[in-house]
Design a protein. Sequence first.
Length: 328
Amino acid sequence: MIILTLIAVIAALDLSQALLAPFVLAFVCAVVLSPVSAFWKRLGVPPAMGALMSFASVLALIAALFFLAEPVVEQAYAQIPSIKYELREGLSHLRQVFRGISDVTKEVQDTIAPDTSGSDGAQSVALPSLGDALFAAPSLIAQILLFAGALFFILLSRDEVYAGLAKLHPEGPSLDCLHDADARVSRYFLTITLINTCFGAIVAGAFAAMGLPGALLWGVVAALMNFILYIGPAMVAVSLLIAGIMAFDGAASLLPPLTFVALNTLEGQFVTPTLVGRHMQVNPLLVFLSLCFWLWLWGPVGGFIAIPLLVWGLAVFRGLGPETPYTS
């Protein structure tokens, strides 16, 4: 029964992604903004006005991020022709290297299962058209509106919901436990954001010093992908290997990925454990499993909410019971 229940819950989460993903993302953002809500409450601001001001701060932050990212996006867009040329040259060299292997593989396939249809078996890949994009736009706008509405109302009524949850069962999570979980997630996310920002700046400086094209863009990518533990840095390292091969010759092509791996190892092994603290560290296996599960289930949104949800859930689970002390 437990296995069947888990399968049913996972299937329900998958089928209801368009509805639940914006709400869960809004809940995570509201938890991260809990110190801001507490600040308005200490100042005596009415709950509705405090929720509106917190919501406006989120919109202002998103607008600022778009404003700061505009030059980076413009630079990346301007480099698309050169990137295409370099990719075409690199693929042509790889095609020449592996042409002999492809011919041998084709002969083996023809020997085992000869193709009598007379066609070469090539299949065209259908790219998304403008009509597909226009068809998907209303769904995206609806999810954005769901996220905005859910974020506002969660900010407005989170304390009342927590108080109701604390009264459901005497052995359930207390109100202090839920607020402590919010504080842990907020501190964790703020610390990780500061670490990743500094990490991206250092990566951009190192790449600019070695002459890698688009160093600022690589710094932004490194900072953003570092939020997705393990998987994000691995993807950046592979991309930097390709970029190094295109930008440099010989052994110098390994400098970008090796530099990134060295900086990421230094950050992951020394900086983050020191600043985050042992009381907020999470088992690496749980982190990896949570990332894999939510990325598989909800894609990029799942990758963003995986770690905050895990930290929040573990804080609530550890706080169950009447003898656990809490500090905000």
